[in-house]
Ligand binder design. Structure first.
Ligand code: SF4
Ligand code: NI
Ligand code: NI
Length: 709
């Protein structure tokens, strides 16, 4: 059989199964039965992105199958094979969606099945920063458990997001490996059709971040080829269905690497035979042109971003450090070069060996840095990275910051030889690695002696934190001379530009004005550039000629005017990875805000995902705007439309998170006490009538404002 025959026969087989499954579903439920995947605003995302048509019922699904049939041409040309590959993928999506009828939850631990839009939005920043350098799709059973696990771990150690389909899932389970989105190993499902759930992620990324028009299949495939760094590892023996799926992957630009040697035809850079499974990793990275940042740190356990989300349970921990119970601190301290001995690491107090198993202890680490270009403003920027650095250690867990951090070291890490001094090693290496433009010398002192921890916390750290807080509180848009651009997300949203100001952080929530300033200093030609603010047009809108010029330049002409403080007039664009989205609520003259974690309904009749699908891809959409959580309490939030008094609804959790700061802002701006109590949430109303009733009862100020449109 030729490769064409195999693709066509696999495609025919899946098509037959799909037709049978749809007919059976219609016989059982009737053709008006609704079909959908949970937590997505993109219908059946693959079919929608390829054709532009949303499928909502079994009847429409049957019609869609007719459209799929038209892709299944049978000339022995490459394009026919690719289209049959796409057709196979679409059939897989149809089979999968049938599993979700009636709100069923067809996937059980450890499998995920369909992934929500919110998961994709969360992946935005780590993908653009290269923190997740690629996406591996591993399909089938490895020749042995050991080889399968070794392959998965090799990707994990590189930070690559791994998705698993079929027999490999049982293999990693058998080996006792931890899986889950938090460790970047996601078992999708055991049927081969579940591979569609990762394809769906890639295609939705094009819609969410790339502003690709659904139905524009050419642009869609170019987007996935150029911007989604995915690849497939398929273990032989391959059946024709897998071969047909592989043709679909290749059509999207994802190379397929297999150890099958029989009946397979090599296609350079696309279909690659690698008999040696231990070389899959290297072959795949080369084929997809993925470069890995190498971090060699001298510690006895692994260090990789994939371990960032790892959780250490009480029963698995050797010792714990807990700033909420005992005195702890973490601090970056700028010193004179003469006071710092580079790479010196000192532990003052007991090591883990001398601590009782399971005990709670004090810890305070002071990272002394010196450098010609170092500024005290960069201290918190560096310090905030400690959370990420310490978490990337396999078997070590970190939460919190400043003097409220909490660290756990697992039995396994301890048994492997991990000690407190290694925390110093990690902090030293990472600070030198990432901040080499400002840090010339770095020394780490770690205190575990309780009296010393108390001294460091109260006499050294807290006074510094207070000084910093004062500086931050006085840091307003008016008080600085420049703003910064951020174009990191252009990797996925080619025309998106964030303008970052002291009072308006980047919409991802990860880039404050200080961060942007530090980034600019560290890499003057990098993503954050200085934007002057010398030629204001309208200060209420936050409109400046300088800002307009900058966004024109950085968006390559896609944007002309951007205001900083308006949601209606030339609002800032969104890439797709925003923490929150706000949208206007016409009945109350206000806005509703939803955060990414909130899965329920809002009074706009839309979920977060649906609201989010109204904007993104680097285009301006008046009335909807993505933003960071901390922007909500800013005096500049929607300043042009009256400010935070326009906020009428937020999910309860978000409201509680932001309450203190929002209340303070409302008091300052309008003299209102406990403003958050006037704001509705899902326990009060998820429809506009009930919301307006609640707002009226509370005397919410938005009701008296002019309509926004
Ligand atoms: Fe992306 Fe804007 Fe965040 Fe930069 S600030 S990473 S462009 S969302
Ligand atoms: Ni103009
Ligand atoms: Ni983004």
């Amino acid at each position: 059989m030729t490769l064409f025959d195999r693709v066509f026969s696999g495609n025919d087989a899946v098509y037959g199964l799909t037709e049978g499954a749809i007919d059976a579903a219609i016989a059982q439920h009737g053709e008006d039965k609704a079909v959908s995947f949970p937590d997505t605003a993109y219908s059946l995302p693959c079919y929608y992105s390829v054709t532009g048509t949303k499928v909502t019922t079994l009847k429409e699904l049957k019609e869609a199958l007719g459209v799929v049939k038209t892709l299944m041409t049978r000339e022995k040309r490459l394009n026919d094979a690719f289209m049959s590959g796409i057709a196979t993928a679409l059939c897989a999506e149809f089979i999968e969606v049938l599993k979700y009828i009636d709100g069923a939850t067809p996937y059980e631990e450890p499998c995920y099945g369909h992934l929500a839009d919110a998961v994709i939005r969360e992946l935005g920043v780590p993908l653009v920063t290269g923190d997740i350098p690629g996406v591996a799709v591993i399909l089938g059973s490895a020749p042995s458990v050991e080889e399968g696990v070794a392959l998965v771990k090799s990707y994990q150690a590189q930070g690559i997001l791994v998705t698993l389909v079929g027999g490999i899932i049982d293999q990693v389970k058998e080996a006792g490996m931890n899986t889950g989105a938090n460790v970047r190993v996601i078992p999708l499902g055991k049927d081969v059709t579940s591979v569609i759930h990762v394809v769906s992620v890639a295609l939705r990324a094009a819609l969410i971040f790339g502003n690709v028009t659904p139905g524009d299949a050419g642009t869609l495939m170019k987007y996935t080829m150029d911007r989604v760094p995915a690849f497939v590892n398929a273990f032989g023996p391959l059946d024709d269905v897998v071969v047909a799926c592989g043709a679909g992957a290749i059509a999207l630009g994802f190379p397929v690497i297999t150890n099958e040697t029989e009946n397979i035809f090599r296609v350079p850079k696309s279909l690659i035979v690698q008999e040696d499974v231990s070389k899959f990793n290297a072959t795949s990275l080369e084929a997809r042109d993925i470069k890995i940042k190498i971090t060699n740190i001298d510690i006895p356990v692994a260090f990789a971003s994939a371990f960032e989300g790892e959780i250490i349970r009480r029963k698995d921990m050797q010792v714990e450090f807990d700033g909420s119970r005992v005195d702890c601190a973490e601090l970056v301290h700028t010193c004179d070069a003469s006071e710092v001995e580079d790479h010196k690491i000192t532990v003052v107090g007991p090591e883990v060996d001398e601590m009782e198993e399971g005990s709670k202890n004090s810890i305070a680490y002071v990272v002394k840095v010196a450098g010609k270009n170092m500024q005290p403003d960069f201290e918190p920027v560096i310090e905030r990275k400690f959370h990420n650095y310490i978490n990337c250690i396999e078997g070590v867990y970190h939460t919190g910051q400043r003097d409220m951090q909490r660290i756990r070291i697992s039995h396994a890490a301890y048994d492997a030889g991990f000690r407190i001094k290694h925390i110093g090693e990690v902090l030293y290496s990472q600070v030198k690695n990432e901040f080499d433009a400002v840090v010339d010398k770095c020394e780490v002192v770690i205190y575990t002696d309780p009296a010393e921890c108390t001294r460091i916390r109260h006499e050294v750290a807290i006074p510094i934190f207070e000084k910093r807080d004062d500086r931050l509180a006085n840091l307003t848009d008016e008080s600085v001379d420049v703003y910064y651009s951020c174009i990191l997300c252009q990797a996925f949203s080619p025309s998106h530009v964030c303008v970052v100001t002291p009072e308006r952080l980047g919409l991802c929530g990860a880039v404050s004005w200080l961060d942007a300033k530090a980034t600019n200093e560290l890499d003057p030609n990098g993503p954050c550039q200085v934007i002057t603010k010398e030629r204001p047009i309208n200060e209420d809108l936050g409109a400046y000629e300088d800002v307009d010029e900058a966004v024109q330049k950085f968006s390559q002409g896609a944007l002309e005017h951007v205001t900083l403080y308006s949601i209606m007039q030339d609002p800032m664009t969104s890439c797709g990875c925003f923490e929150c989205i706000c949208g206007i609520e016409p009945f109350s003259n206000g806005v509703v805000i939803a955060n990414r974690e909130y899965a329920g309904m809002t009074p706009l009749g839309m979920t977060f995902s649906e609201m989010a699908s109204m904007t993104g891809g680097g285009v301006q959409t008046p009335g909807f705007m993505g933003h960071g959580k901390h922007f909500i309490a800013s005096k500049k939030f929607m300043k042009a439309e009256g400010g935070i008094e326009r906020i009428v609804w937020m999910p309860k959790e978000l409201k509680e998170f932001i309450a203190d700061r929002l209340n303070a802002t409302a008091k300052d701006l309008y003299g209102i006490d406990n403003f958050t109590d006037m704001i509705g949430d899902e326990t009060v109303a998820t429809d506009p009538e009930a919301l307006v009733e609640f707002l009226t009862e509370k005397g919410h100020p938005a009701l008296g404002l002019d309509p926004m449109m």
